[in-house]
Design a protein around this ligand. Structure first.
Ligand code: HEC
Length: 145
């Protein structure tokens, strides 16, 4: 193998090293989704009856998710998907229209849930279910298992 072929082989074999900005984007995204996941745990617990329905706690969780759903699109960039250290798939780049659609559904359904909770005597299961579908919808297509 001559030197340039070897260099090329190494280049192909070496995982893409994320630069600092990419790493920051990934950290930010994972932080946002970690909070979303934690708040989701509270809501899912109430939906399943594992946690007693508590309006203020449910409202805080739903409001937080609805706000972070507005932040979420700003935590993605073409360079920060499909690289080491992230579960975000390159489908973000290649199926961008689908991604934008599911992101808009996430924003819309989380806002609807937050609104449905206002003064609600019972946990709004239907609105919760609609939002939960968008988590799964996006993860199935845009997040590695
Ligand atoms: C529009 C796409 C999209 C939607 C909607 C979405 N997620 Fe995610 N989620 C992702 C991607 C992509 C990652 C991988 C992030 C990474 O590793 O950089 C992720 C990661 C996560 C993680 C792991 C965070 C970590 O510690 O790395 C959790 C928890 C999570 N999502 C929960 C949720 C919940 C709960 C919902 C719905 C309420 C949701 N997500 C909605 C795309 C989405």
């Amino acid at each position: 193998m001559n030197k340039s072929v070897l260099a090329l082989a190494l280049l192909v074999a070496t995982p893409v090293l994320a630069n600092e900005e990419v790493e920051r984007t990934i950290d930010y995204r994972q932080s946002v989704y970690t909070v979303v996941g934690k708040q989701m745990g509270t809501l899912a617990g109430m939906a399943r009856g594992r946690i007693d329905y508590n309006q203020p706690a449910a409202q805080l969780a739903a409001d937080t998710i609805a706000q972070l759903a507005l932040v979420a699109p700003h935590t993605f960039s073409d360079e920060s998907v499909g690289v080491d250290g992230t579960d975000a798939l390159v489908a973000y780049q290649t199926d961008r229209a689908d991604f934008d659609t599911v992101m808009e559904e996430f924003q819309a359904t989380s806002a609807t849930l937050a609104l449905a909770l206002d003064d609600a005597d019972e946990f709004p299961r239907r609105e919760f279910g609609a939002m939960a579908q968008t988590c799964k919808g996006c993860h199935d297509q845009f997040k590695a298992d």
